[in-house]
Design a protein around this ligand. Structure first.
Ligand SMILES: [Fe+2]
Ligand SMILES: [Fe+2]
Length: 293
């Protein structure tokens, strides 16, 4: 097992993959669960201009489909995970994803947002592999969603009543990605030494399949606004919130990511991939260039 001396200035008192790691991970997750009920959320009455702005966001088809698909994948892993402590946390995450799908269903109905029907998601055959993939997708999407949400909040694009409605969902995604990176590290550490290279390959493939396609699209959108589609909603949506530079957007994503993860046990590993990519882009991004012209 890999032993970590410290993360930043925080000493690690356990080994990654140990029972203590599992206990801290599952405890953080279960104890930070927010028991809200979607129908009892403070659904605001919005005026027509706000509804029109919401409808114009290029996110709804993708968001509705993604939440439903993610929910099924996470729920499936919760059903087959043999460790009861881990199973409880994963089942809770599955429930939270189902709740996200329900919130989006209520929201699109209440505010008259049209959503394109897509085929119902199919139950995965390999639950662990699909959880691995879905988690990497969430790590990437959430990083940008945190920044977009802050732009929508700070620019006044979302009135305070909508910010209040979405806030628990945003925070839940922070918990999910924190769980995911620790789950990956835990599983890897528990593999026999001979199987770790294969697990590393599997992990690399999951990252490639989930993330690099999105990076390619995001870079394309950064170069040309004409490429906008719902497949790259994180980057294209930034245009909806006024004059946003690529630099400003990525800096906001980094700051929001840190803020959202800050409340949780500092001994747990933090997602690193999306922040690393953002910092690499920032290192070469020209100052003052808009996200899209
Ligand atoms: Fe979700
Ligand atoms: Fe999630």
């Amino acid at each position: 097992m890999t032993k970590y001396g410290k993360i930043g200035d925080t000493p690690m008192t356990f080994e990654i993959g140990s029972d203590e790691h599992k206990r801290l991970l599952c405890r953080f997750f279960v104890e930070s669960h927010d028991p809200y009920v979607p129908t009892k959320l403070p659904w605001p009455d919005l005026d027509d201009s706000v509804k029109a702005r919401l409808k114009a966001l290029p996110i709804w088809d993708e968001a509705v489909a993604t939440e439903a698909e993610t929910a099924l994948k996470v729920v499936t892993l919760g059903q087959v995970e043999p460790d009861p402590v881990m199973a409880e946390a994963i089942a809770m995450q599955g429930y939270e994803e189902e709740r996200h799908a329900e919130v989006l269903r209520l929201l699109t109905q209440k505010y008259g947002i049209p959503v394109q029907e897509r085929a119902a998601p199919v139950k995965p055959r390999n639950a662990e592999w699909s959880f691995m993939r879905v988690g990497y997708g969430e790590c990437f999407d959430s990083f940008f969603a945190f920044g977009l949400f802050a732009l929508a909040r700070d620019s006044g694009f979302f009135p305070p009543s909508l910010v209040k409605l979405f806030e628990p969902i945003m925070q839940e995604e922070a918990r999910h990605i924190l769980f995911h990176v620790n789950w990956i590290a835990f599983k890897r550490a528990r593999k026999p030494a001979l199987m770790r290279p294969a697990y590393l390959f599997q992990r690399g493939l999951a990252i490639y399949l989930q993330i690099f396609g999105r990076v390619k699209t995001a870079v394309r959108v950064g170069a040309s606004a004409n490429g906008a589609s719902q497949d790259n909603f994180a980057m294209t949506s930034a245009q909806s919130f006024g004059d946003v530079t690529m630099r400003g957007f990525l800096e906001t994503c980094l700051a929001e990511n840190d803020k959202r993860l800050a409340p949780y046990d500092a001994r747990l590993l933090r997602p690193a991939l999306a922040p690393t990519i953002a910092r690499a882009i920032l290192a070469v991004a020209p100052k003052g260039e808009p996200v899209a012209a």
